[in-house]
Structures are given as C-alpha cells and as structure tokens.
Design a protein around this ligand. Structure first.
Ligand code: KG4
Ligand code: ZN
Length: 333
C-alpha cells in the first residue's frame, strides 16, 4: 500500500509517500522560516495563507520525487491536530479533496503521535513498551506505548515548551528565528557549567515539565549581566542555558524510565535535532541499558513522512479504512 501523507500543522508545508514496507519514497518539506523571521515568531494568518499557496506544488513535487502517479496512491493521511487551526484546515481540506476525487481512504493523524512514529521510518523493529520523549516548539511530553498505537501520556509541560524557551531567549538576544538551531550552534563554543540554572521541580512530585520560570530566570540573567552578542560571557551563557534545558528534559526522562521500565526509548520533535540533546539522550539510554532511537534531523522537525508512518501503522490494524468528510481540525489535544 502506498500512502501519501500531508502535514500543515504549523509553518512547514510537507507531503511524503511511504510504501507498504514503510520505505520512504519521497518527503518534501517547504519551510516558511523566512516569512516569519522578521516577526521573531510564527504569524498564524501568514502561515495559513502561505500553505494555501504552496500545498498543490508541494504535493505535486512529492509525487514526482516518488516516481508514482496520483492514482497509484492507495491511501491519504493528514495531520488533524493539534496545531494552528487555519494551517491545519488547509492540509485537511486538500487531503479530503484528494481522497474524495480518487476514491481512496483518508487517515487522520495526531501531530504528537506522528512525531513518535517518525522513529519507525529508520528502525522498523523498535520493541514495546516504548518510552518516548517528544520535545518541540509547541510540546514537551513523555508518552508510554505499551503496544502499537497504545499511547499513554505520562507528562507534559505545564507552561512553555522547551523549544519555545530556546526560541524566546534567542529572540531576546536578537539571534533570529527559529532560535533553537542558532543556540545549538553557538552553545558548542561556550562553557555549559559557567552559569548554573536550577532544574525546575514539581512540588507534587509529578513528571510534568515547566520551562516558563526557567526562561524568566534566563531573561533576568541577561538583564542583570547585560548579556549581548558582544559580551565576553555570551557563549558561556548560551551554552549554560541550553545545558539547563537538556538537564531538565533528561532528568524527567530518567525518572520515567524507573517508573515504566521500557524496552526502548525514543527522542523526537524539532528540539531532538539539538546535537547535545541527541548525544546525552543516547548516553543515558546506554547507561540504563535500554536501546535509544532518535530519527535523523530532517525527520525530527515537522514533516509529512511521520504522518504517513503513523497512517501506515493505523492501516495495518484497520482493514477497511474509509473517508470521513466531516473530519475537523483540532488546535489542542
Ligand atoms: O517539531 P517542530 O518542527 O514544530 C513543532 O511541532 O513545534 O519543532 C520546532 C522547534 C523550534 O522551537 C526550533 O527552535 C526547535 O524545534 N529546533 C531546535 C533545533 N532545530 C529545531 N532546537 C534546538 N536545537 C536545534 N538544532
Ligand atoms: Zn511538530
């Protein structure tokens, strides 16, 4: 079965095709970074308008790269939510149109579940139960999967996502948008131990994350020390802030490992592109004797390959999928 996935939940327009063995035949991602960069963050109205302009081109390009004709696609899949509602509606409407016109089923995909299934594209035999740490610009969550598609949310952020904290600190320092990749690059040249950032702790002992206080502590330090690009401590500050975020993420992951005793660990989401987070996640996995999986960087940030991968798993379990034209987008999970 050839599945064409579509993803437009935020500011990437993407389409991808996988085959029955989950081989990725094509994955086209059109970023809108340059449109939102002058505003230092995503402008939802601009994002949805750009999706409208790009979607047909991206799907056409994706088909061309896959070497398939549209009538060879046996199922369509699309992100239903969570995300920006205007952006989601563009992908959802386009996918409904394709499925209806070609008489094929349409598989709805949850964005967070798709991120987790991105790990299966390069590793088909990840064993359950799985503990997944999903870190992106909009989400920071821990999921347990006892079996295929059996998701249990163990923890989430109570305020900002980790990527959001990185992006906001970068914006404040005038480092551009998105800030995560810039911080990743600059942090490699600084001393991560120079400025200690206290790990956020939940008073109720839950595994939930919190990055808002953390971000405020960073902003306070910037003002107090007068950190700018020209400041001699600039790189050390960036490295220390990034290290603090990573420490908070991996501390909770480690706690969760003790609770659920998984047989595999997955790290996914846009922030999983971060070089130090990837390294330290794999180190932790090795120390705990649990295999750790991190998708290639291009499969961590938003892409349609992961949507098709989730749909692939759903279709394995549903032998008569249909087309529900009343499907609606949702902004929150
Ligand atoms: O998964 P994603 O593409 O979109 C959401 O679902 O939110 O994640 C985007 C986030 C942004 O916050 C961006 O700054 C961050 O991923 N990001 C990174 C890196 N590359 C992207 N954060 C740290 N290091 C990176 N190399
Ligand atoms: Zn995402």
């Amino acid at each position: 079965m050839k599945i064409l996935g579509i993803e437009t939940s935020c500011d990437e327009t993407s389409a991808a095709v996988v085959d029955h063995e989950l081989c990725l035949l094509s994955n086209v991602v059109l970023s809108q970074d340059e449109i939102h960069a002058p505003y230092g963050g995503i402008v939802p109205e601009l994002a949805s308008r750009r999706h409208i302009r790009s979607i047909a081109y991206v799907v056409g390009e994706c088909l061309e790269c896959s070497g398939l004709r549209i009538d060879e696609i046996e199922a369509f899949a699309v992100t239903q939510g969570p995300g920006l509602i205007g952006s989601l509606l563009v992908g959802l409407s386009f996918a409904k149109g394709l499925a209806y016109t070609h008489g094929r089923p349409l598989v709805p995909a949850d964005h967070l579940e798709s991120h987790i299934y991105s790990a299966f594209i390069e590793n088909r035999d990840i064993t359950y139960p799985i503990l997944a740490l999903l870190v992106s610009g909009g989400h920071t969550s821990l999921f347990e999967l006892k079996g295929p598609l059996n998701f249990r949310l163990l923890a989430k952020t109570r305020d900002d996502a980790a990527g959001e904290a990185l992006d906001k600190i970068a914006k404040f320092l005038g480092l551009g948008y998105p800030g995560g990749p810039v911080i990743d690059r600059l942090a490699s040249e600084g001393d991560p131990e120079r400025f200690p950032f206290a790990r956020p702790q939940m008073s109720d002992g839950s595994l939930d994350f919190s990055f808002s206080g953390f971000k405020t502590a960073g902003l306070r330090q910037i003002r107090k020390l007068g950190i700018t690009r020209a400041h001699p401590d600039f790189l050390d500050f960036i490295a220390s802030f990034e290290a603090g975020v990573i420490r908070a993420l991996l501390y909770n992951l480690d706690q969760a490992i003790h609770h659920v005793e998984p047989r595999s660990l997955i790290l996914c989401g846009g922030v999983a592109r971060n070089s130090k987070l990837r390294e330290q996640f794999l180190e932790l996995a090795e120390n705990r004797g649990v295999p750790g999986y991190v998708p290639s960087p291009e499969l961590c940030t938003d892409n349609a390959a992961m949507v098709a991968a989730l749909a692939h798993e759903k279709l394995k379990n549903d032998h008569s999928p249909g087309l529900d034209l009343t499907l609606n987008a949702y902004s929150r999970r």
